[in-house]
Design a protein around this ligand. Structure first.
Ligand code: FMN
Length: 200
């Protein structure tokens, strides 16, 4: 049993990052953490969502998942983010969420949160690493402690060897190309482990 409270926060249009986040949630629970899975609030217009059947289907299927709030960040000792690449950067929906955290930041409440990030893109070199690093740039401003996986376990090589955070390529049909589930589980376990050492 761990005394760590872990928030797994994701944005996903077509399900990939929801799946990554779900594996991270399960692994966090297996590591003994208290875990809350939350989605970033969708801000795209209904017409945009309806124009992509995969997006509409995923939106409908995840309607009941709680939405991330600053209160959730305040609650958590550790946070795992999972967001898809948008032109090598984070989705606007995620940036908008970050823009609501100024109050917590001003009170110093984001300092020493243990954070880790994951991502996906349609191409192996389409911005996966850049997106994870974009998340971390904001985390440095929080004063958070970045728990990147590095090469801390052999499973990371099979997943593509991204030391910044687990990332996956998604084909035209929305299927994951690399087998990243073990790497996601390792990243979540490591995040809980580091957070428990910091929390003491
Ligand atoms: C506006 C937009 C921009 C995107 N930009 C890129 C990109 O620069 N490189 C890339 O490989 N994939 C890009 N993609 C593909 C997404 O990264 C991919 O659909 C996503 O990783 C799937 O994650 P999800 O199923 O969780 O939504 C883009 C998709 C959209 C809608």
């Amino acid at each position: 049993m761990s005394n760590v409270k872990l928030a797994v926060i994701y944005y996903s249009s077509t399900g990939t990052n929801h799946q990554l986040a779900t594996w991270a949630k399960e692994a966090g629970e297996a590591a003994g953490a208290e875990v809350r899975l939350a989605k970033i609030k969708e801000t795209a217009p209904a017409e945009a969502i309806a124009s992509n059947p995969l997006w509409q289907k995923h939106t409908d299927a995840t309607r009941d998942i709680e939405e991330a709030t600053p209160d959730l960040l305040d609650w958590a000792d550790a946070i795992i983010f999972s967001v898809p690449t948008r032109y090598g950067h984070v989705p606007g929906q995620f940036q908008q969420f970050l823009d609501t955290t100024g109050g917590l930041w001003g009170q110093g409440k984001l300092v020493n949160k243990v954070v880790s990030a994951m991502s996906s893109a349609q191409n192996p070199h389409g911005g996966q690493e850049a997106t994870v690093l974009a998340v971390y740039t904001s985390m440095f401003h929080w004063g958070a402690i970045v728990a990147a996986p590095g090469y801390s376990d052999p499973v990371l090589f099979a997943a593509g060897g991204n030391p910044y955070g687990t990332t996956v390529t998604v084909d035209q049909d929305g299927n994951m190309v690399e087998s990243v589930e073990p790497a996601v589980r390792h990243q979540a376990k490591r995040t809980v482990d580091i957070a428990s050492r910091i929390k003491g």
